[in-house]
Design a protein around this ligand. Structure first.
Ligand SMILES: [Zn+2]
Length: 71
């Protein structure tokens, strides 16, 4: 399981989360696809002040995660 070429996105990498809307403005659900850039990716459905959100977890060095949190 050790992969020294990508140590920062393997299953033991530190993870961070980002909260995303679960629904668009018309109430349609967004599709969620597993991250293809990091192994620890997983998601939770959470309720924040009555709003359903999806909390995605990625390796902190995952390029997808960096894109999501840079704004
Ligand atoms: Zn990722």
């Amino acid at each position: 399981m050790a992969d020294d070429s990508t140590p920062s996105v393997n299953l033991s990498a530190p993870v961070g989360s980002v909260d995303l809307g679960a629904l668009d403005d018309e109430g349609n659900p967004y599709e969620i696809w597993p991250c293809h850039d990091c192994l620890p990716w997983h998601a939770e459905v959470i309720l924040v002040e009555g709003v359903v959100l999806v909390r995605e977890w990625h390796a902190v060095d995952c390029p997808q995660f960096r894109d999501l949190v840079k704004n």
